[in-house]
Design a protein around this ligand. Structure first.
Ligand code: BEZ
Length: 227
């Protein structure tokens, strides 16, 4: 019994352990295109989106950072602060930001971390050596006001992320945090939502004055509460 069990020491564990949903997001200090920041101080009481990209002066990343800048009002409306990261230098970021502004018709309006020593990339498991040993993949973390990790997605370098999907997930997470509802498959703003299983059917009416539809005892739909 247990003959194949390998007991790892602390160092080995810390190498292979990655962040998971519900974990505390590691705090860090970083050089960025907007000066030095302390991550937690930067976030304050806001939600956060921390996302990595493979490198400056690359085509897909240029469109992604342009899209993020263009969506500033959408992030602000949701009380979300955004922070990008690559392992390039601050000087490189400054030069590239001019290109993003010029080609994407935006003003980059959020900090880009220069993680040259890769400490943050490692803490957030953003380097996947079998994909690339020297660049971060497209990792994205949504962090709640309590500084815990609410969502992790990882895309390959060659696929630009869908930022409408990021906003949609933020809306879903905030609905769950504020109203005890979940969102069904392909849910979009304004559509019915799901009452979380923790709420008993007999308690729904008091909590959701817009009413509800009992599809099955375990599937109860209600109009989006904040509409
Ligand atoms: C990029 O634009 O970041 C990229 C595009 C294709 C492959 C790898 C990276």
């Amino acid at each position: 019994m247990y003959s194949n069990l390998v007991v790892l020491n602390y160092h080995q564990k810390s190498i292979i352990m990655s962040l998971r949903l519900g974990d505390k997001a590691p705090n860090f200090k970083a050089k960025t295109s907007e000066g030095e920041i302390d991550f937690y101080e930067y976030l304050g009481d806001s939600w956060g989106v921390l996302f990595s990209h493979p490198g400056d002066y690359t085509p897909v990343c240029t469109t992604e950072l342009g899209k993020t800048a263009a969506l500033k009002d959408e992030f602000t409306k949701r009380n979300v602060k955004v922070l990008a990261l690559s392992v390039d230098s601050v000087e490189s970021h400054h030069g590239w930001i001019q290109d993003i502004n010029e080609t994407q018709g935006v003003e980059v309006n959020f900090p880009i971390i220069a993680d040259e020593d890769r400490k943050i990339s490692e803490a957030y498991d953003m380097i996947h050596p079998n994909a690339s040993v020297n660049a971060t993949v497209r990792s994205l973390f949504i962090i709640g006001p309590d500084k815990t990790v609410k969502l992790i997605i990882t895309y390959p370098a060659s696929t630009g992320r869908n930022f409408q999907e990021i906003l949609r997930v933020i809306d879903s997470l905030q609905l769950t945090a504020n109203y005890s509802v979940a969102t069904p498959a392909d849910w979009k703003e304004g559509e019915d939502v799901v009452v979380v299983p923790a709420i008993k059917t007999e308690d729904i009416s008091a909590k959701f004055p817009k009413g509800f539809t009992l599809v099955k005892p375990y599937l109860r739909l209600t109009p989006q509460p904040n509409k």
